[in-house]
Design a protein around this ligand. Structure first.
Ligand code: PEP
Length: 250
C-alpha cells in the first residue's frame, strides 16, 4: 500500500506566534490515523515544530529547501545536515518557485537530493510544467527530463525515500486547478517513468502528490484518482480548518 500524504508548504508566511498557533490548532483536532501529515514551515521554526509534533506518529516535518553544499563558507545557506539535526524528516526539493526565482537547475536539484539522502532525510521532489509547455504539448517530455536528470541516478533502495509532487506551475497559487483527468494522466505517466527506470514494484510503492490550488472543495475528487496519493498544499495549508478538511477529504 502506498503512503497517503497531505503536506503543507507554508512558504515564507507566518510569524513564529502564528506558526505555533496553527500547529496546535491542527494537531489538537487531527483525527486521521492512516494518512501521513507533513508540515513544511520556514527553517527558523523547524526545531520547535518538530518537537511539538514528536508525539504524533503520523505527523512529520519538512524543510522547504536545502543547500547543495555539504558545509562551509556559504553565507545564508542551510545544509541538509543542519536540517537533520533539527529533527526534520523530509526536505522539499525542486519547488517551482526555487527553480524560477533562484535559478535552480535539474543538476543543482540532483545534488540537493543527494545531500538529503546522505543525511537520512526523505525528499518531496517537485516537478511541473508551465502553461506554454502544456500548450505546446511538451509537458510529458519536460517532466520526464526533470525526473531523469535529478532522480534517476538513484538506485531502488534510495529511490524508496522519494515522494514526488506533481505541481503544474500554472496551477500554483493561481486558483486554477488541473482537472482530475489532467492530474491523473500526468501521475500515471510519472509512475510509468518510474516503472521504466526501475520496475513496477518500485513504481507502485512511490507516493505521488498533486499540488496546485488544491482546497477543501476539489481535494476529494483529485485524491480519489488511482495514481494520486495525496497533496502538497500551499495557500490552504495556512488555515487550520481548510488543511484539516483536506486531510479528511480522503
Ligand atoms: C505549492 O506551492 O506547492 C502549492 C501547491 O501552492 P498552492 O496550493 O497555493 O497552489
Amino acid at each position: 500500500m502506498r503512503k497517503k500524504i497531505v503536506a503543507g508548504n507554508w512558504k515564507m508566511n507566518l510569524s513564529r506566534e502564528e506558526a505555533l498557533l496553527l500547529i496546535s490548532g491542527i494537531t489538537s483536532r487531527i483525527e486521521s490515523k492512516e494518512k501521513q501529515v507533513i508540515f513544511a514551515p520556514p527553517f527558523l521554526y523547524l526545531y520547535k515544530i518538530a518537537k511539538m509534533c514528536s508525539n504524533f506518529n503520523r505527523i512529520k516535518v519538512a524543510a522547504q529547501n536545502c543547500s547543495k553544499e555539504k558545509e562551509g563558507a556559504f553565507t545564508g545557506e542551510v545544509s541538509a545536515k543542519m536540517i537533520d539535526s533539527c529533527n526534520a524528516d523530509y526536505i522539499i526539493i525542486g519547488h517551482s518557485e526555487r527553480r524560477e526565482y533562484f535559478n535552480e537547475s535539474n543538476m543543482d536539484l540532483k545534488e540537493k537530493v543527494d545531500r538529503a539522502l546522505e543525511n537520512k532525510l526523505d525528499v518531496i521532489f517537485c516537478c511541473g510544467e508551465s502553461l506554454n509547455q502544456r500548450k505546446n504539448e511538451v509537458h510529458f517530455s519536460w517532466i520526464r527530463k526533470q525526473l531523469s536528470d535529478s532522480l534517476f541516478h538513484l538506485n531502488a533502495i534510495d529511490f524508496s525515500n522519494i515522494v514526488i509532487a506533481y505541481e503544474p506551475i500554472w496551477a500554483i497559487g493561481t486558483g486554477v486547478t488541473a482537472s482530475t483527468n489532467q492530474a491523473q494522466e500526468m501521475h500515471a505517466f510519472i509512475r510509468s517513468c518510474i516503472t521504466e527506470k526501475h520496475d513496477t514494484e518500485v513504481a507502485e510503492k512511490t507516493s505521488i502528490l498533486y499540488g496546485g490550488s488544491c482546497n477543501p472543495s476539489n481535494s476529494n475528487e483529485l485524491f480519489a484518482q488511482e495514481d494520486i496519493d495525496g497533496g502538497l498544499i500551499g495557500g490552504a495549508s495556512l488555515n487550520a480548518n481548510d488543511f484539516l478538511a483536506i486531510i479528511n477529504s480522503f
